[in-house]
Design a protein around this ligand. Structure first.
Ligand SMILES: *Cc1c(COP(=O)(O)O)cnc(C)c1O
Length: 413
């Protein structure tokens, strides 16, 4: 008799986005004349067309595959050298950050990488900390791996250490006063749009080195950082190569959410302990994990990603970021004018807004849907500390953002 993975039954089944979809559906069924007016500022998906540099590189790659002499089948599981080298050079070394091409593992997404990374850590043996609010993937993958107990009434899983991120700590968690083994950090942050300063990240690296902790650092939004003082990579912090893994993606900077390409950096120096207490490097484990369970990202897609690092590609990525960040500025301004507390949206494509006195985050969601036909994401959906906030995504057309701002002012102003 086959037994299933009981841990899946602990999951609070896809609560947030299905619930948003359900409420939008219920509203548009009850008010069909409003259906066409609905503006979605909820899900963090890009909207603008793919950069020409990526498209042209992919077209050329498709043509290569159409010729016997340049046809390619399975590629290296860790990614093609041309892309690993382009990443090492342009994303790291040109900024003075030490990351070698063979420390970069190309994949088809950071969502998978941040989940799959648990394969190389002992199930149930690590104390894990996550921020609250949080990108739900980190939590749910730990639940699936059996690293937690059941969820309580507030949705918090037994066994995880939740690190509250609030306005009082600028949405960067305090260093825990106990040792933990794994910590997920995401800066610039989804959902709060907060960034972490060099000093804050240095404190995390110092803590990690003192406690033999590994930092799982999600830098999916690094390209949105405008302030040159804010680190774009955890590896800008001295000591991080001993204690951190970094996840990056082409999804948000290159508009690759549908194309699919990302990468993970596992430094050669990074180690952890065996159950017998022996210290071993993690790089060979992740390499083995990828070559066993993954057959590499598509050649065409990797050519497209490499296209983003050409001069033309860099200019086009910069234009995309400018577009989304100008949206963020408009959304910030509208919410500030209404008189709501506004965070994020300066070095990140998310604006994190405090609800008016006496309204909770789902209450605010309903009110904006019904009065403005604008769909936001209720903060409580990202964790208990997200209660009292809502997230507005800047990933949208200018037209939609301008209209959303107009309606927010009308409904709340
Ligand atoms: C969008 C996003 C990613 C990127 O995921 P992909 O699978 O590469 O598209 C990673 N982390 C966070 C927090 C994100 O919001």
């Amino acid at each position: 008799m086959a037994r299933l993975n009981d841990h899946y039954l602990k999951l609070r089944a896809g609560y947030l986005f299905p619930e948003i979809a359900r409420r939008v559906r219920a509203y548009t069924e009850a008010a069909p004349d409003q259906a066409a007016r609905v503006i979605r500022c909820g899900i963090g998906d890009v909207t603008e067309p793919l950069p020409a540099a990526a498209r042209e590189a992919m077209h050329a790659a498709v043509d290569e595959l159409g010729e016997r002499g340049s046809f390619r089948g399975y590629g290296p599981e860790q990614g093609y050298d041309f892309l690993r080298e382009a990443i090492a050079t342009h994303a790291y070394q040109s900024r003075g950050v030490e990351v070698a091409a063979d420390e970069i593992f190309v994949s088809d997404g950071s969502k998978c990488d941040t989940g799959n990374i648990l394969d190389i850590f002992a199930n149930g043996a690590n104390r894990t900390a996550i921020t609250d609010p949080v990108y739900p993937v980190y939590v749910d993958t730990n639940v699936m791996a059996g690293n937690t107990g059941p969820a309580d009434a507030s949705g918090a899983y037994e066994g995880l250490l939740y690190l509250p991120c609030t306005a009082a700590n600028d949405f960067v968690p305090a260093i825990p006063d106990e040792p933990v083994d794994l910590v997920y950090l995401c800066y610039p942050n989804n959902p709060t749009g907060a960034t972490a300063t060099r000093e804050q990240l240095q404190a995390w690296v110092d803590y990690a080195r003192a406690n033999d902790t590994i930092l799982l650092f999600d830098a999916a939004y690094e390209a949105f950082i405008r302030d040159p003082e804010i680190p774009r990579s955890i590896f800008e912090i001295p000591g991080a190569r001993d204690c951190a893994i970094e996840f990056r993606s082409f999804s948000k900077n290159g508009g690759f959410t549908g194309v699919r390409c990302a990468y993970t950096v596992v430094p050669g120096e990074l180690t952890a302990l065996t159950s017998a207490g022996e210290r071993k490097p993690l790089h060979p484990l992740w390499s083995r994990r990828q070559s066993t369970k993954f057959n590499g990202a598509s050649y065409v897609v990797q050519r497209g990603a490499a296209g983003l690092f050409t001069d033309q590609g860099q200019a086009e990525v910069a234009a995309l970021i400018d577009h989304y960040m100008a949206n963020a500025a408009l959304l910030r301004e509208a919410c500030q004018q209404i008189g709501l507390p506004v965070y994020g949206g300066v070095n990140a494509p998310y604006v994190w807004v405090g609800c008016p006195e006496g309204v909770d985050s789902w209450g605010m969601f309903d009110r904006l849907l019904q009065q403005a036909q604008v769909v936001v994401t209720p903060g409580a959906g990202f964790g208990a500390a997200g209660e009292g906030y809502f997230r507005i995504s800047a990933f949208n057309s200018r037209e939609n953002v301008e209209e959303a701002c107009r309606r927010l002012r009308q409904a709340l102003g």
